[in-house]
Design a protein around this ligand. Structure first.
Ligand code: GLC
Length: 564
């Protein structure tokens, strides 16, 4: 059944990390005018919803995820006038803008926190989570970015500890306080009244806390904490209230970032009747190649295609009748998709990058691309800690160093796992600094901008990753079956080929993806009934079989057929 009027179901999202997209002031940092300059480019690649990482005022302890003023633009990025021009420029081109909503925590430099920490009697005291020191050491809480992984920080001024799931400069807001919630809703309306089209909600499942702060198991691991953080007692009460007070009044889209949420609970967030969110990002795929006990450590055994398929099949089923999914392979918190799920060796880079594009654009659920994916940008794999800019890598390094752990092994791990892999500047052309800036960028540029990984070289090459991306976005937009059609996996245990059909009414598509460095002949089981096939798109040479039953797939080849 086609649901109509849901632009965010039919849209293709393009995520922009503003610090790394395009610098127009020559200070080595991307800015809003840089995005304005590239609006025609953005339009040309076929995406239609822009998700912008935080551009609000921030001391940048965590690159804008530590907000000190929710209603102002970070001066490094420009002004509110620049922002208004960006929004108008997007709308003039029929593009939507989704902002980042970071309200699990603020910056410690936010006025609310400054007031809150000033005295126990201050009217903002209860905007944050405080534990008075006279009650002793607070129950253990794990922190993502703290050098000691300790989420409680002692503050002398009022002799109390405050809670910070992320860095010490990111104190957690107290959603249990209705005044705080109202201030957040007012701020959201400010952006919606400007015409913003939605929010991506940062770690949204973490907002509700058990304010009795119970002791957790002594041997609890980071993953146990994440699951505990994500299942606070009043989470759905707050989301419903937010929907009722704010979201329901506008035609906007919402997508929650949802670490710790299992597929069994998926519909609690996105079942339309519950009136909470439209979509969320689950983390099952993001954990697939990681150590089960350590979210940031790569699993030495790699990952299996059958597991990759299983995750996507289970999540597709979760939203088969209600709700809606979101499909992503990368973002600013994870390595580059072609380096992680494809193969960035020169022999396989092009095909695997385009195979991944084919995958995201032929699955049900809204596809999310991260800037640079369209040209197949790869991991930079820094050799030393000095090259890193991310607090996550830097503080983990400090921690391991103080514990006398193996730092070389850590740097090796970060080459595949680090968030900075995805934060290197956009590669526009082959001039110095890749056309991103006229001076040394805030983080190094990947040298492969000189070897074909740039917009200007790829625009000229009909066979490029970029041109395939454009063709593939057009294919999705032209075929409702690729958006709404039922998904049926074929041969789920095959470790080389991912094969599935997408069916809507009397239209059926077959997608064949060879996730390997070896050619393979795939034979369709007789249960898939059809008379002939019509090729829709392929990223490599195609050898059509006269029986229409056997398909030769070259390394990382992607094939999309219509079944007739
Ligand atoms: C989310 C963001 C990430 C940030 C963290 C804390 O996971 O995506 O970049 O560091 O929240 O705000």
């Amino acid at each position: 059944m086609v649901q109509s009027g849901n632009w965010w179901k039919e849209g293709i999202v393009y995520q922009i990390y503003p610090r790394s997209f395009n610098d127009t002031t020559g200070n080595g940092v991307g800015d809003i005018r840089g995005i304005i300059e590239k609006l025609d480019y953005i339009k040309s690649i076929g995406v239609n919803i822009i998700w912008l990482n935080p551009v609000y005022e921030s001391p940048n302890d965590d690159n804008g995820y530590d907000i000190s003023d929710y209603q102002n633009i970070m001066s490094e990025f420009g002004t509110m006038d620049d922002f208004d021009e960006l929004l108008a420029g997007l709308h003039a081109r029929g593009l939507k803008l989704v902002m980042d909503l970071v309200v699990n925590h603020s910056s410690d430099e936010h006025e609310w926190f400054q007031q809150s920490k000033s005295s126990r009697e201050n009217k903002y005291r209860d905007y944050y989570h405080w534990w008075p020191a006279e009650k002793g050491i607070p129950p253990k809480r794990w922190s993502y970015f703290d050098v000691e992984s300790n989420a409680w920080k002692y503050d002398e001024q009022t002799d109390a500890y405050y809670l910070h799931y992320f860095s010490v400069k990111q104190p957690d807001l107290k959603w249990e306080n209705p005044d705080m919630r109202n201030d957040v809703y007012t701020m959201m309306k400010f952006w919606f009244d400007k015409g913003v089209d939605g929010f991506r909600m940062d770690v949204i499942p973490f907002i509700s806390k058990d304010t009795t702060y119970p002791e957790l198991a002594a041997d609890a691991k980071p993953e146990d904490f994440v699951a505990f953080y994500a299942n606070g007692p009043k989470l759905h009460t707050y989301l419903k209230e937010m929907n009722d007070e704010v979201l329901s009044k506008y035609d906007v889209m919402t997508v929650g970032e949802a670490p710790g949420i299992a597929v069994e609970n998926a519909l609690d967030f996105v079942d339309e009747e519950r009136k909470e969110l439209n979509m969320f990002f689950h983390f099952d795929l993001m954990s697939l190649d990681r150590d089960p006990d350590e979210v940031f450590t790569m699993n030495k055994n790699g990952w299996k295609l059958s597991e990759f398929k299983k995750i996507h099949t289970i999540w597709d089923q979760a939203f088969a009748n209600k709700g809606w999914g979101s499909m992503y392979l990368s973002n600013h918190d994870f390595p580059r998709s072609v380096s992680r799920w494809g193969n960035d060796h020169p022999d396989f880079w092009r095909n695997s990058a385009t195979l991944l594009h084919t995958f995201l654009l032929t699955m049900r659920g809204t596809p999310y691309f991260y800037f640079g994916d369209e040209i197949g940008m790869t991991n930079i794999r820094f050799e030393s800690i000095e090259e890193y800019r991310d607090i996550n890598t830097i503080n983990k390094y400090k921690q391991l160093k103080s514990q006398g752990k193996d730092l070389e092994a850590f740097i090796e791990n970060e080459k595949e796992a680090a968030r900075d892999n995805a934060r290197t500047p956009m590669q526009w052309d082959e001039t110095e600094y890749a056309g991103f800036s006229t001076s040394k960028p805030w983080i190094q540029i990947n040298k492969n901008y000189l070897n074909g990984v740039s917009v200007s070289t790829q625009e000229k090459d009909p066979y490029s990753v970029l041109n395939y991306f454009k063709q593939m976005t057009a294919v999705r937009k032209a075929n409702k079956a690729l958006i709404y059609g039922e998904y049926q996996i074929i041969d789920e245990t095959h470790e080389q080929i991912y094969a599935y059909t997408r069916t809507l009414n009397d239209e059926r598509f077959l997608v064949l993806l060879n996730f390997s460095t070896e050619s393979s002949v795939f034979t369709l089981p007789s249960s898939v009934n059809y008379n002939a096939t019509k090729l829709i798109i392929s990223n490599d040479r195609v050898k059509d079989d006269k029986t229409y039953k056997e398909f030769l797939l070259l390394p990382y080849q992607a094939l999309v057929y219509k079944l007739l």
